[in-house]
Every structure is written in C-alpha cells, then in structure tokens.
Design a protein around this ligand. Sequence first.
Ligand code: KIV
Length: 276
Amino acid sequence: MRRKSANDIKSQKNRAPIVCLTAYTAPIARAIDGNVDLILVGDSLGMVLYDYENTLQVSIEQMIEHSKSVVGGTNKSCIIVDMPFGTYEESSDKAFMNAARIMKETYCNGVKLEGGKKVAKTIKYLTRSSIPVMGHIGLQPQSVLVDGGYKVKGKVKSEWQKYIDDAKAVEDAGVFAVVLEGMTEPLAAEITEILSVPTIGIGASPKCDGQILVTEDMLGLTNVAPRFVKKYVDLEKIINKTSKDYAYEVKNRLFPNEDHTYSMKFESANIKKIKQ
Ligand code: KIV
C-alpha cells in the first residue's frame, strides 16, 4: 500500500467518507497510519503538547520538527502540515517561502492554512507553484483573539453567505479539500453540496465528506474536550493506573525480576569466581 496523496483524498468525494486524525509524534502517527486516509500535523499541538493558551504561539520550527517525526513514522496515510500563525498572511511570496520550507524539510504531502476569501490569492499562488493546499474555514482558531472566542458559525441564516463565499473562494483557488470547523449542520450540508472538493468536518456534523478529530481528545488525554468530541477511550485513566502499578512494583522490589535482568555468561561468572 503506497502513501495516499492529496489527489487521492480529493478523488474520494462522493465515493468514500474521508477519515482524518491529527498526530504530532511518531508513536501516535505509527499507531494510526493506514487506519486513516489523512494525518494532520495540526498547530493544535501548541495547546495539546505545550499547554499554550491558543495556537498563535506555535512556530514554524516546532511544526517542522513534529512533522518530520510524523512523516518518519508512517508510510500509508497522506500527511498534511498546518502553516502556523504569522507564516502566510503577509504576502503570497512569504507564504510560498514558508510552505516550500515545510515541504522540503518534512517531505509532507501538502499544507493547510486558515481563512477564506482573504487568503484565496495566496492559496492560488501556492497551488500554482505545485504545493497541495487544504483550506480551513468557519471557526478559525488562529483568529480567536479577534473573534472573541471559539464560536459556532451559521446559527443564523444571515451569516451563511460569508461562509459560502469563503468556501467557493478557496475551491476556486485550488484547494484539494477544505476543513469546516465549528459550523451548524445545515450550513455544512449546503457547502458540502455546492463544492466539488471534499469537506472535512470538525464540529460540523455528519453531512461533511469526511471527519477529523484531535487524536488526544478522542483518546481522553486532554482536559477540556469540546461537545463535538467523542472520547473513545480514557487513556489518562489507564496511564494513571499503570503508573501506580509500576510504582507499587518498584517500591516492593517486584520489578525488575529475572525476566528483565541481564546475567553474565556461565564461563565468565566461573572465571570471576576462580580469580577471587
Ligand atoms: O490544528 C488542528 O488540529 C486543526 C484541526 C482541528 C482541524 O486544525
């Protein structure tokens, strides 16, 4: 099975639901590789791994190092890397330099950036320069400070047109897929119907062409998981219990036992005895 490309993801529209998860490190990426069509090295790593308040502090160096780890640990799923805040907004040239650096240093399959109409020109420049781009509209975590929080979009019909225009703008600019985040079901359904490229939902209903979750949310490793997250397992509980078991065994000299201990070869042990 070869690694999926951005084009493979695009061609799944109306054929098969697109399964996506995030990963920031090789062990998690290895565990999900091939079970999902696409792995996103999301800038959510700032909040999930580094305990930042939001994603704005994440640097391009952090994205590159984590992405190298994810690409290195996988060979089946398509790997897309988030362009962090401050690396693409200023100009198309700057966006290209940073996107090309991410592509060259990580060997990922493409990049994702947030924004609709306002970044369409930049997306067009990147896609025309041979860089596959995934769009991200609706709730945009990098805009949390100007938006005044993480607010669901499309609750009133009067605001729909803005998001429909954003969706069309990124499609026209050449994205291979677009993330719809924090959106009401009717709006997500309308955008999914209009676009010829797949929509990937996160908090945007089952009407999207695919779904993405932050893996640590799904595994129960984050403290505040939003309503749209399904916690499939409580790994924090399991890790807590396992570390208690380990502590008990070390304190009571039950671990390590002979199964985990290196002994000398029989002859060497004898020679040592003779010398004594
Ligand atoms: O950064 C991220 O993990 C994301 C997903 C939540 C879509 O952008």
